[in-house]
Ligand binder design. Structure first.
Ligand SMILES: NC(=O)CCC(=O)C(=O)O
Length: 259
């Protein structure tokens, strides 16, 4: 599977509609990939809490879904379009990831389960998702997680139990905890003997400098590709047979005692 991660810059001087169109253009340029990934809340900015409500949309037919569905279709790729601020029928907000098929159909959504901010920001403005989610794409079972979820290994283990061979993790991770980002992405890959595709944002929004450093980690924990701090696209060929091979050669997952 050829996967491309778009480490998008979130610049407060660029309007959300302009960024949507720019992201769509980047997706259209990646037509040779099987899967394209965008970061967490790249429209509004993960830390731009005061803008969440104004930018909230519906996952099925909101402005981001419309532009991303078209981009997936025109590029002929599976598109993990990162996450948007979702508003549900009761007015609750969620941090919701959207996955589109190459036909431009919404194939999966995932509401972020672990909200960041302790007693402020996302943790109080958003409701928590409750459903660990996998999606079958390009002959691969992919587990979905978002940013802060990376700190909760039990979520990833539940995704492995549901068949995940790779995890896609869109994020808006701050530069001041970059070491944690890299370490946790590698840990989730090693302990679950799975690929990790972790796609963050670049730039500074709401006064929070973003880490960038999106990375792709193989099931042995090796970093196959890592971005710098600026906007960048990573393209990596993943040998999905390596998941089964790693699990067979070093069968630690079979030695689990606690379930
Ligand atoms: N957007 C986020 O979930 C940020 C997570 C974070 O900053 C951290 O876990 O550290």
């Amino acid at each position: 599977m050829r996967a491309s991660l778009i480490q998008l810059g979130v610049d407060p001087d660029e309007s959300v509609p302009a960024r949507r169109e720019r992201a769509a253009e980047l997706v259209r340029g990646l037509g040779g990939s099987d899967l394209v990934v965008l970061p967490e809340l790249w429209t509004v900015g993960a830390f731009a809490y005061e803008a969440y409500a104004a930018e909230a949309e519906t996952p099925a037919d909101g402005p981001t879904a419309a532009v991303m569905a078209r981009a997936a279709r025109e590029a002929g790729v599976w598109l993990h379009a990162g996450s948007v601020v979702e508003r549900d029928a009761e007015g609750r907000l969620y941090n919701t990831s959207l996955v589109f098929s190459p036909a431009g159909e919404l194939a999966a959504t995932y509401r972020k389960i672990h909200r960041f901010g302790f007693d402020e920001g996302e943790a109080v403005l958003m409701a928590a998702g409750t459903e660990p989610t996998t999606v079958r794409l390009a002959e691969t079972t992919v587990g979905l997680a978002t940013c802060y979820d990376l700190r909760f290994p039990e979520l990833f283990r539940s995704l492995v139990d549901a068949g995940a061979e790779a995890f896609v993790v869109p994020a808006g991770w701050p530069a001041r905890r970059r070491e944690h980002w890299t370490l946790l992405a590698r840990a989730r890959a090693v302990e679950n003997q799975s690929y990790v595709l972790a796609c963050g944002t670049a730039g500074t929004h709401a006064g929070v400098a973003q880490a960038g450093h999106s990375l792709v980690v193989d099931p042995w924990g090796e970093v196959l590709a890592e971005a710098g701090e600026r906007e960048e696209i990573l393209t990596v060929d993943l040998d999905m047979a390596r998941v089964a091979k790693t699990r067979e050669d070093f069968p630690a997952l079979k030695d689990r005692v606690l379930r």
